[in-house]
Design a binder for this molecule. Structure first.
Ligand code: UT7
Length: 330
């Protein structure tokens, strides 16, 4: 009897404050036309100063649990993908567990750049398929505004804050669920996208603060070049692992980092726009939350149907890249 890992609940949250391109024109030397044509972004959501990654994770998780018709104390495990944990420790997963329920279930944070949710789904589905756990909460939550340098126009325009959560459950009487995943990391490209200070390599000091080393640094051009190769590879290899080809893919849900990166994948596979989800215009790059936000939007628009072959694909700091192939529904 094969155990499938199905997505029984999906929830998302974006803070109410919206930062438009025009707002950014007043903060850095940029303009709406540049941002829109180079990235596809019109606006992004920004958390309140006191609103934490865990706060956002909690809101998304409650929605996902409600849809799955589960109480938090029925969960077996929590995985939180994040690059902006509330603190280096304790983990965001432990904080979330305490906010959701008094049941002491296991959980941990997973850090794989913007590919974090893809990694979490691969880990979670494996733990279900091998019979270890039956109900797992997966969360992708990032408060990127806390590490964005609003004096650096090359990165300030790109990022937003948000969270997404999925409940994964064991089912035996279905052909739906996670069919395959493909994961890669190559640390040789680590310097292309990094947060230099605040870890054990460069602990916080007056110098690190003065030199703005607690903000995200990115070589945009090189990251772009990497992404244009990594996304199609991950789509093809994920599908291959599932025994499928691109023709079988009903919906591609790509990481929303730059519309031109998504367009390159669309051209490469000659995809009809109906088969690709794009919502970068409204959220910018929310790192680990882009994929649940895009899935939620696709579902609201009636584009995500039971039985669909859905491919989630992302790339990010590490460098990391990967995909999950899901037969949607539960
Ligand atoms: O999920 C995390 C992964 N991150 C990414 O996927 C990001 C990948 N990279 C990118 O999306 C793009 O490389 C960027 C959007 C970051 C930059 O776009 P680009 O088309 O590669 O621009 P560029 O860096 O080559 O810069 C072109 C020009 C430069 O001016 P000069 O030297 O040609 O005079 C920049 O200084 O655009 C200038 N520029 C800006 N101008 C107005 C850079 N940022 C801005 C800005 N507003 N915000």
């Amino acid at each position: 009897m094969t155990i499938q890992a199905v997505v029984s609940g999906l929830g998302t949250y974006a803070p109410s404050k919206v930062l438009t391109n025009h707002d950014l024109e007043r903060i850095v030397d940029t303009n709406d036309e540049w941002i829109l044509t180079r990235t596809g972004i019109r606006e992004r959501h920004i958390a309140a100063p006191e609103e934490t990654t865990t706060d956002m994770a909690l809101r998304a998780s409650k929605l996902a649990l409600a849809e799955a018709e589960l109480k938090a104390d029925q969960l077996d495990f929590i995985i939180v993908a994040t690059n902006t944990p509330d603190t280096l420790f304790p983990s965001t997963a432990a904080r979330l567990q305490a906010r959701l329920s008094s049941s002491p279930i296991p959980g941990f944070d997973l850090q794989a750049g913007c590919t974090g949710l893809i990694y979490a789904l691969a880990m979670g589905s494996t733990l279900i398929q091998n019979g270890t756990y039956r109900r797992i909460l997966l969360v992708g939550a990032d408060k990127l505004s806390s590490i964005t340098d609003y004096q650096d126009r090359t990165t300030a325009v790109l990022f937003g804050d948000a969270a997404g959560a999925m409940v994964l459950e064991a089912k035996t009487d279905t052909d739906k669920g996670v069919l395959a995943s493909y994961l890669k990391a190559d640390g040789r490209g680590g310097d292309l996208l990094s947060l230099p200070a605040g870890g054990s390599r460069l602990p916080a000091s007056e110098e690190t603060v003065r030199d703005r080393q607690h903000f995200l640094k990115m070589n945009g051009n090189e990251t772009f070049r990497f992404a244009v190769k990594a996304m199609p590879e991950a789509v093809e290899e994920g599908l291959r692992a599932a025994g499928l080809t691109v023709d079988a893919m009903d919906l591609l849900v790509p990481h929303q980092a730059n519309l031109r990166i998504i367009d390159a994948a669309v051209r490469r596979f000659n995809l009809d726009p109906d088969r690709v989800v794009v919502n970068i215009d409204r959220y910018g790059n929310t790192s680990v939350a882009t994929i649940p936000l895009a899935l939620d939007d696709a579902r609201r628009e009636g584009r995500l149907k039971d039985g669909n072959i859905v491919v989630l694909v992302a790339f990010g700091a590490g460098l990391t890249w990967g995909s999950n192939v899901i037969r949607w529904g539960h």
